[in-house]
Write a protein that binds this ligand. Structure first.
Ligand code: FES
Length: 141
């Protein structure tokens, strides 16, 4: 694995509006510092995350992707976050199998009050992807 000097990974975060999106908003209000390289996609629930969205994010140039949902047992749609966890696990295995690397995708759980947890997730993914280097997946057009 290479650490690319000056490489700023592009990270896409699929965030549930009830928890991670609110936590990101709170982090902003608290003026918490985190890398600016994350693009947030707001979802009604992580249960809406389709495996195609995850693969498409990589195809469109993301170096890393994470899904952030409510704490287990607290999903507003009962088991949306459990379904998302299964899909993330499935796509992680697929990314590993095709040589992209399963570590480029992760799932986090947090409450709306856990701004530091959101910041930690962004930092963790940024550091992890910096170590892995740029993704080789790119849209051919
Ligand atoms: Fe937040 Fe389902 S409502 S993960």
């Amino acid at each position: 694995m290479s650490e690319d000097n000056g490489f700023e990974p592009r990270i896409v975060a699929f965030c549930c509006q009830f928890c991670a999106y609110a936590a990101a908003d709170l982090a902003g209000s608290m003026r918490a510092q985190y890398p600016p390289n994350v693009r947030i996609v707001r979802l009604m629930c992580t249960g809406k995350v389709d495996p195609i969205f995850l693969m498409k994010a990589f195809e469109e140039g993301a170096d890393g992707v994470f899904v952030a949902g409510c704490l287990e047992g607290n999903c507003h749609f009962l088991e949306g976050n459990i379904r998302a966890k299964k899909r993330v696990g499935y796509i992680k295995a697929l990314l590993e199998e095709i040589g992209v690397g399963g570590e480029r995708l992760e799932m986090f759980n947090m409450s709306s009050a856990e701004a530091p947890k959101f910041v930690a997730a962004v930092n963790e993914m940024t550091e992890r992807i910096k170590k892995l280097g740029p993704s080789k997946v790119a849209k051919v057009s």
